[in-house]
Design a protein around this ligand. Structure first.
Ligand SMILES: NC(=O)c1ccc[n+]([C@@H]2O[C@H](COP(=O)([O-])OP(=O)(O)OC[C@H]3O[C@@H](n4cnc5c(N)ncnc54)[C@H](O)[C@@H]3O)[C@@H](O)[C@H]2O)c1
Length: 442
């Protein structure tokens, strides 16, 4: 069985007659589907349980700021991308890639329910010879301990009837230099045939594929990359607090430090951490480490520092207002500029701006926001805010503007010229050559 199953799928991959199924068309799944269709020349069926998302895509409309609708529309028209909520079409698929979300549960534990649900819908229609790749970020052991049993219980033996692999996601939304094709792709499998297949598949549309010896190792690669970022961001945030107290500008220090051509890479301060990855993924590692009786101490410390940043930023804002007008935050009107978790994207998941707005509300301010990419923002308390329209008059009506995300394309000169006080957490003003007594770095 194994030899013929392998030969069959390998031939279909090489001849591009293989059908690729992407399960979960979030930012990562959609980008992968686009690359497999555009660069890989595969026909891709995109599955999602979100009918609204599928409806939009089927009409050729992208819901992502950095992925133009024209590119989606072209794929839909040529039927290289077929978005659907009909999971029975899973039986048409030769390569199934799981790109669903991996959030945290109520008690900060990994929530693998989306992976399990997607894997069940693949296994239900599975036939011998399918390659199934998990790409959602998760703890080491997930492919072996969670995915493989789902297929085994249906009589499909991994490595013989079905080929299982893990390949970490390295998507960086809005990055104009690196995309799926020119970012090296790590792949891992627990048997040589599955490894050969997953390596061969991605080699057809990714410039460089990096094999590792197991799915556990591949899962650990992703967590290592994200834990590295989480810890370094917290380090620079802590340094910001210390240097600010010393009267030293952290941004000037980073700019000078990064002139060292070796042994240093820059990380930048922020009002907290956001997005689907950095605040979440390290907790997956910490959870799994407990099974081995090991504490993930850096994860906990970095979390503590990063989660304290919104309070620190608000305390800098309150101090600046006290010093200028002898008035506290209560009753003040504050505009938060930029609420996406990072610049030039329309994603506000886990954005520190949500914490800033919560604290501002709690402190009795009238808080509003401006973001060119996000017209409506659901807050943590269940209410919804709408972005104000940009105009010098509108800006001048606020007591202070708090820059939380430094989107390009915002007229920072006009913002500074029309604001009574600008509290800048991203050095947006400095980067645009702006200075003035009304600017406070935080
Ligand atoms: N967004 C990023 O920049 C990024 C970067 C690196 C890694 N990742 C990781 O990639 C994974 C996906 O991230 P995302 O941001 O694309 O997630 P997302 O939550 O935006 O999208 C996931 C999609 O999967 C769909 N879905 C859920 N259950 C499903 C099922 N059973 N079948 C089919 N579709 C289903 C959801 O409706 C949603 O559209 C996560 O593990 C994340 O940590 C994300």
């Amino acid at each position: 069985m194994h030899k013929s199953a392998y030969t069959k799928i390998w031939k279909r991959l090489q001849g591009r007659s293989a059908v690729v199924g992407v399960f979960g068309l979030g930012p990562t799944g959609l980008e992968l589907a686009r690359a497999a269709a555009e660069q890989g020349k595969f026909r891709v069926i995109g599955f999602d349980i979100n009918a609204r998302r599928i409806g939009m895509l089927a009409e050729g409309r992208s819901y992502l700021e950095h992925l133009p609708s024209e590119s989606i529309a072209k794929l839909i028209k040529t039927e290289l991308l077929i978005p659907t909520t009909d999971f029975a079409r899973a039986k048409e698929v030769d390569v199934a890639i799981i790109c669903v979300q991996t959030p945290l549960g109520r008690h900060h534990e990994p929530d693998l329910s989306f992976i399990v649900q997607a894997a069940n819908s693949i296994a239900e229609y599975s036939r011998p010879g399918q390659l199934v790749i998990l790409q959602s970020t998760t703890f080491p052991g997930t492919t072996r301990e969670v995915l493989a049993p789902i297929f085994k219980t249906r009589g499909l033996t991994p490595g013989r009837d079905v080929f299982l692999a893990f390949s970490p996601e390295r998507h960086d939304p809005g990055n104009s230099e690196y995309n799926t094709t020119n970012t090296p792709k790590v792949v891992g499998a627990d048997d040589p045939t599955s490894l050969e297949l997953v390596q061969g598949f991605f080699s057809l549309f990714v410039d460089k594929v990096v094999p590792v010896s197991s799915t556990d190792a591949a899962e650990a690669v992703k967590l290592t990359e994200n834990k590295f970022r989480q810890v370094n961001i917290s380090l620079i945030n802590e340094l910001k607090i210390i240097y600010t107290a010393m009267g030293i500008d952290i941004w000037e220090v980073i700019d000078a430090a990064q002139t060292k051509p070796f042994g240093y890479m820059p990380f930048y301060p922020s009002p907290g951490i956001g997005g689907h990855c950095i605040p979440v993924d390290p907790a997956y590692l910490a959870w799994k480490a407990r099974e081995f009786g090991l504490p993930a101490r850096f994860v906990a410390l970095a979390d503590e520092i990063n989660m304290g940043m919104p309070d620190y930023v608000i305390s800098r804002l309150a101090e600046a207002m006290d010093m200028r007008w002898s008035r506290g935050l209560k009753g003040a009107s504050i505009l938060v500029a930029g609420v996406a978790y990072k610049k030039n994207v329309n994603d506000y998941r886990e954005s520190p701006a949500l914490s800033l707005l919560r604290i501002l509300k709690r402190r009795g301010t009238e808080a509003a926001y401006f973001d060119p990419f996000i017209s409506e923002l659901p807050l943590e308390d269940g209410s919804t805010l709408r972005s104000i329209s940009w105009s010098p008059q509108a800006i001048s009506g606020f007591d202070a503007v708090l820059i939380a995300t430094d989107h390009d394309g915002v007229d920072y000169r006009a913002l500074v010229e029309n604001s009574r006080l600008v509290v800048d957490t991203r050095n947006a003003c400095g980067r645009h050559g702006l200075s003035g007594a009304n600017i406070v770095k935080a």
